[in-house]
Design a protein around this ligand. Structure first.
Ligand code: ZN
Ligand code: ZN
Length: 285
């Protein structure tokens, strides 16, 4: 979304629109087919269960798409102007594939200094603070400022998919004559049942893929590494225990951890992480 090259910007929109289409399809299949078509025929307990499922599905869906949009359209952590102004002409070290705590390096492509943990993204054409990876599905880099949104997107996406899957299970069971209670194919119609089942298969597949990604990013957050830094050798100088590591990414623990909004109490500006002795006292790092 922020690529310098306009062609890459246009190409980036494809996967993002695809994911938005999946979001919309899942919402339609759940609410317009499963809920609306089935609701008139469900009696007693089933209606309460349906409302319960609808509430959680829509809440998780809303939080997932909100996180997705924040991740896709917010600044992932491009090196801020103020940092460049403060560090004009400061001594930098050549780029090195390893830990460089408290030491700015120089980007051979941008030809400007960049803070510790920043890396150049060849798709965005810029350096990104605490860069994790460039995600084509959100059309954006995942870095210091939007990594939390990325993790929340996976978290709520999994919960929404699980709610869909647990709702679909009785309908699918009804098809095979194993007892679906109030949830029968007749309630949905054959076409409706087909679309709802397609949504269920999609939800299950996404749930599996997102779970793997979610667990891997939880682990990265716990050990305070990025997908790039995971290959670094030696002791991680940034790791201060699981809760401090998580706070470096999401800020001090609070309700804001659960919402795709900037941290209320951030621990880092993405440019500086811990109080290392400055290599160059003239630099603002
Ligand atoms: Zn660069
Ligand atoms: Zn990028």
């Amino acid at each position: 979304m922020y690529a310098k090259n306009p062609l890459i910007r246009v190409a980036s929109a494809g996967p993002v629109l695809l994911i938005l289409g999946v979001f919309c399809f899942e919402w339609y299949a759940f609410n317009c087919i499963f809920m609306l078509r089935g609701l008139g025929r469900w009696k007693g307990e089933a209606i309460e269960v349906a409302f319960f499922r609808a509430f959680f599905f829509n809440a998780f869906w809303l939080l997932a798409i909100w996180s997705f949009l924040r991740c896709a359209f917010s600044d992932p952590g491009f090196v801020p102007r103020w940092w460049l102004d403060q560090n004009q002409g400061c001594r930098t070290e050549p780029s090195y594939f390893g830990w460089m705590p408290g030491r700015p390096s120089s980007c051979g492509k941008c030809e400007v200094p960049r803070p510790e943990r920043a890396h150049h993204c060849s798709i965005c054409g810029k350096c990104v603070l605490r860069m994790d990876h460039h995600c084509p599905w959100v059309g954006n880099c995942v870095g210091a400022y939007n990594h939390k949104y990325f993790i929340l997107m996976l978290f709520y996406g999994i919960l929404a998919a699980m709610t869909y899957g647990s709702s679909a299970a009785p309908v699918l069971a009804a098809m095979f004559g194993k007892g679906g209670g109030h949830w029968t194919i007749g309630n949905l119609g054959v076409k409706g049942w087909g679309l709802f089942s397609m949504g269920a298969v999609l939800a299950a597949s996404l749930c599996l893929a997102m779970s793997i990604l979610f667990l891997s990013h939880l682990w990265l957050m716990a050990v305070n590494r990025t997908s790039i830094e995971v290959a670094y050798a030696g002791r991680n100088p940034y790791s201060k225990g699981v809760s401090e590591n998580a706070a470096q990414l999401c800020g001090r623990f609070g309700i804001d951890w659960l919402l795709p909004i900037p941290s209320f109490r951030p621990m880092t500006d993405g440019c500086k992480y811990i109080d290392y002795n400055r290599v160059d006292p003239e630099c603002g790092v």
